[in-house]
Design a protein around this ligand. Structure first.
Ligand code: OSB
Ligand code: MG
Length: 368
């Protein structure tokens, strides 16, 4: 296939409610979409998961736009591509910028699956017909509000509850939630809010029967995480620290974690995400799919990768209505009894609603 035309679309979407992590509060998402069209007229969609601010990682939406415009689109446009696995090879001389790379690679994967007439899930080697999902709940103003929120999502059927924590919103909060929900699978995500001198404090997590603690220490660390894991019964799951299968290998060899959160954008695309999945499977390390408050397009990509066998733990891919008044895909992503049905139709398996796209559009640029 030859990509003849690429559109970059920038959208502004209001979240139903602000989402607070240890690094800050997100109230709305500026979403960068890549629409790739090949010389036969087939279409593929990808999404950048970068935020407006460089607080989760160093990338931003505008920096992604620049990278796509200046370097990544020129490397793809009008070039012969036999398989989407080739896209990351084309980008191999360009350092980092993994979310920008992933946005365009995702569009090529969808385009490829559409051309083949198979689902994105199937094109990746996914086998599951349904995926189990959990929900990530942000830091609230009070424990009472948090308990109400947890109660709401537990009764909606989500398979596990992830609570965002930070110093001052951690052990006491977890104790309360555990008291009210003794049997619910609960985990905590610190987004790098702690450092090794907090070891004694973090050992307190072992009291609450958590399925895991996600990224307690620095986003660029795997050394101190190994020390922490050796002193903690609660399994550590790495998010921010893992950008590639090489990072995963080193973290697992060092004993820095027992579980890995795979985010397609954070690792540079579906090809690398699948490599990490395969490596972890060979090492007996379970993985799950993280989230970045995506629109329906990124959500659809997450569903497809989660259909692979070693995604054995519920991920953060909640239903569209958890985030948006209106999503940009049809049908919207529905969660029923904590399960999402993996689409079996071609490509991502959802249709992009052009009218909604228009409603949220800030700007569009065409490359050909
Ligand atoms: O660390 O997983 C994270 C949201 C924004 C930034 C980082 C993270 C998150 C989430 C929410 O946990 C996942 C989601 O519901 O999409
Ligand atoms: Mg995380």
């Amino acid at each position: 296939m030859k990509v003849a035309q690429i559109f970059l679309h920038l959208l502004q979407m209001e979240l139903k409610a602000p989402f607070t992590t240890s690094f800050g509060t997100i109230r709305h998402r500026t979403i960068l979409l890549v629409e790739a069209i090949d010389s036969d007229g087939a279409v593929g969609w990808g999404e950048s998961v970068a935020f407006q601010t460089p607080l989760y990682n160093e990338e931003t939406v505008k920096a992604n736009w620049y990278m796509l415009e200046e370097f990544l689109i020129p490397a793809i446009l009008n070039q012969e591509i036999n398989h989407p696995d080739e896209v990351s090879q084309r980008f191999s001389s360009i350092r980092k910028n993994l979310m920008a790379k992933s946005a365009i690679e995702g569009a090529i994967w969808d385009l490829y699956a559409n051309r083949e007439g198979i689902s994105l899930s199937k094109s990746l080697g996914g086998t599951k017909k349904q995926i189990e999902v959990g929900i990530s709940i942000g830091i609230h103003d009070s424990v009472l509000e948090l308990l109400q929120s947890v109660d709401h999502y537990v009764s909606e059927g989500y398979r596990r509850i992830k609570l965002k924590i930070k110093p001052g919103w951690d052990l006491d909060v977890l104790r309360e939630v555990r008291k009210h929900f003794p049997d619910t699978p609960i985990m905590a995500d610190a987004n790098s809010a702690y450092s090794l001198p907090d070891l004694h404090h973090l050992k307190g997590l072992d009291e609450y029967n958590l399925t895991m603690i996600e990224q307690p220490l620095a986003s660029d660390d795997i050394i101190d995480h190994a020390t922490l894991q050796a002193n903690l019964n609660t399994p550590i799951c790495l998010d921010e620290s893992i950008h590639s299968v090489e990072d995963a290998r080193k973290a697992i060899e060092l004993g820095s974690c027992k579980i890995i959160n795979i985010k397609i954008g954070r690792v540079g695309g579906l090809t690398e995400a699948r490599r990490i999945h395969d490596y972890c499977m060979s090492m007996g390390v379970p993985v799950w799919c993280g989230g970045m408050l995506e629109s329906g397009i990124g959500r659809a990509h997450n569903i497809a990768i989660t259909s692979l066998d070693n995604f054995t733990m519920p991920g953060d891919t909640a239903g569209s209505s958890r985030y948006w008044y209106q999503d940009i895909i049809e049908p919207e992503v529905e969660v029923s009894n904590g399960l999402i049905t993996v689409p079996s139709t071609a490509g991502i398996g959802y249709t992009v609603n052009r009218q909604r796209l228009k409603d949220f559009m800030l700007m569009t640029k065409t490359f050909r």
